[in-house]
Design a protein around this ligand. Sequence first.
Ligand SMILES: *Cc1c(COP(=O)(O)O)cnc(C)c1O
Length: 365
Amino acid sequence: MTAPAAKPWIMGIAPYVPGRATGDDGRRVVKLSSNENPYGTPAAARDAHRAAADVLEVYPDAAATELRAALAAHYGIEAERIVYGTGSDEVLHLAAGAFAGPGDEIVYVRYGFSVYDIATRRVGATPVVAADRDYATDVAAILAAVTERTKVVFVANPNNPTGTYSTRDEIARLHAGLPGDVLLVLDQAYTEYLDPADDDGGLELARTQPNVLVTRTFSKIFGLAAARVGWGYGAPAIIDAMHRIRAPFAFGIAASRAAIAALDDDGFVAHSRDENRRLRAWFAGEIAALGNAGLRAVPSKANFVLVLFEGAPTAEAAYRALLAAGYATRWLPGQGLPHALRITVGSEADMRAVVAVLRAEAGAG
Ligand SMILES: *Cc1c(COP(=O)(O)O)cnc(C)c1O
């Protein structure tokens, strides 16, 4: 008997592994494994989502006119240069799909966001992985990896799973070093967690350059991961190509209205950013105190910290101990990080509990 054969490049994809929400016994645990917002979502977003229940029989606006208008007003950008998707994951897939195919190369850093590998292989393009610089994005290594086959470069800033950040100067240097026919995708899923002074200039590059796409999401600081709303901003020709291949109705009306409401709550965003900054600094300090047991926190500007286990206590043992204590974190052996845990910065009580488990693992009880 014969059967349909999937394309060989599809079978080369290692499926995405989502963050766990349950322990080995199936019980719910505190989820510090998906970089969600521990403070929820703005109340107005929840209300807007509920209120949309009266229009369930109607298709959403395929042009996402209201959402694009709200984004344009909020960020001072042009509505007609905005594309959107089912989460920014879809926007990343659209970028790869519109600009690369079999025979082309897509470059990203080692320890980059795992969706880049999936998006690259899905379209039959070849992944090219540039070396990191102590877990951070190395602009020189990316530029050295570019060939005449390169069509897209993916850079997350801050990066996931490392939390590392590239300065405005580094991003400008990266853009300046790329050939004009290479699309630079700046994935800013965590940009709202940065101090305003750390703006990497991505939106400005996307506004002025023909080969830069910025992607953003409502899943992280806005607390709307379940709504699946992401968007991208770039030159009209980039946006036009991506619109041609996107799903006509990326997300529902409730999701769109919740996103628009969330955008207006500056207080919620500021509170989330401030608490994250405070607890991340405290947590990094606690990890530094366990340095003689080989624990090390990679410097993070995002809402998570990558903790390295370079001594006797292993990341795997810590992962299991945390899970047994009711905390799911992200152990990433499949991404070349068997010696690391990515831990979302949760509430203060949760971070204190996590530190207690790590201290015990490190023999510092
Ligand atoms: C979480 C995340 C995204 C997007 O998630 P969506 O929920 O699909 O919008 C994109 N890039 C990075 C680096 C992320 O960590």
